[in-house]
Design a protein. Structure first.
Length: 285
């Protein structure tokens, strides 16, 4: 975890990134991936609950990764890079607002420069928290961030698309507007795949910044998303799954008696040299 003055600087930088324009915040799943993303020039990174869970041989599901493991993982990522780190904090690892607030404080203590709180309930019969409770949870997270004096960025996530609700866009807009009123700095509803729906969300919560998740190959570009007013772009578990894609292909070839899948491996010397140089830089710094 970074020291306190450095963490304050990172949080101030992260907040400024949301003032205007559009930036990509890729999701790292371990220290090596975080350091490589910094090497490429990204200005912030996020964690990914899915990428982390898969690396532990677990599903990205309710209860599969507990709070203590998530906090330790966040601290490890924050300590591996000089970039601001936004925490994929799922549903706050609690149902009641008081529990959410307590866990948000621990998330900030672990080195988060921002965090997102979802409204998924984990109940298959009612997949989203009832709106009044969902709003109270965002309000509790807002109060915890404010009381910390950290200046961290609070993102509220509405999950109607993920939950498979019948009119997800309308419900996402209704919830995101309520979360904006509850004090969220950034609004986020993963799931829309067309620019028209994304623009509708941006317009509905303006001038609050909107995060868009791109988890697979799409026809539009970062510039297209910027044009419709998106402020921040994340990719969730997509980079981790891309790494898994290369591993699975190579492993399947190997299981079949072929070494062909190893042809796309990044050269050992390239990776080793990168991390040697980063280690030297850290010692100099």
């Amino acid at each position: 975890m970074p020291d306190a003055p450095d963490l304050l600087d990172r949080r101030a930088l992260f907040r400024r990134l949301h003032d205007d324009g559009c930036f990509v915040m890729p999701n790292a799943w371990d220290p090596g991936s975080a350091r490589y993303l910094e090497h490429l020039g990204f200005r912030a990174v996020a964690t990914t609950s899915g990428g982390f869970a898969f690396s532990r041989g677990r599903p990205d599901a309710e209860g599969a990764i507990g709070l203590e493991a998530a906090l330790a993982h966040l601290a490890e990522i924050a300590g591996a890079t000089s970039l601001p780190v936004n925490a994929d904090f799922q549903s706050g690892y609690a149902r009641d607002p008081e529990g959410v607030a307590a866990n948000v404080r621990r998330c900030l203590d672990a080195g988060a420069c921002g965090l997102s709180i979802e409204d998924l309930s984990g109940d298959p019969d009612q997949p989203l928290f009832e709106l009044s409770l969902a709003v109270a949870r965002v309000e509790a997270a807002r109060a915890a961030v404010d009381e910390s004096g950290s200046g961290a960025v609070l993102t509220a996530r509405a999950e109607p698309f993920v939950a498979g609700l019948p009119q997800p866009l309308e419900e996402a807009v209704r919830r995101l507007q309520a979360y904006a009123d509850a004090g969220a700095d950034v609004l986020f509803s993963p799931g829309p795949r067309d620019l028209r729906s994304i623009r509708a969300i941006v317009d509905a919560v303006a001038p609050r910044p909107v995060n868009v998740l791109i988890g697979t190959s799409v026809e539009f570009t970062v510039a297209d998303l910027a044009e419709v007013g998106v402020r921040r772009i994340s990719v969730g578990s997509a980079l981790a799954r891309s790494a898994w894609g290369g591993f699975v292909r190579a492993a399947r070839d190997l299981a079949g008696g072929s070494f062909a899948g190893l042809a796309d491996a990044v050269p050992f010397a390239e990776m080793n040299a990168l991390f040697i140089e980063q280690r030297k830089a850290a010692r100099r710094g």
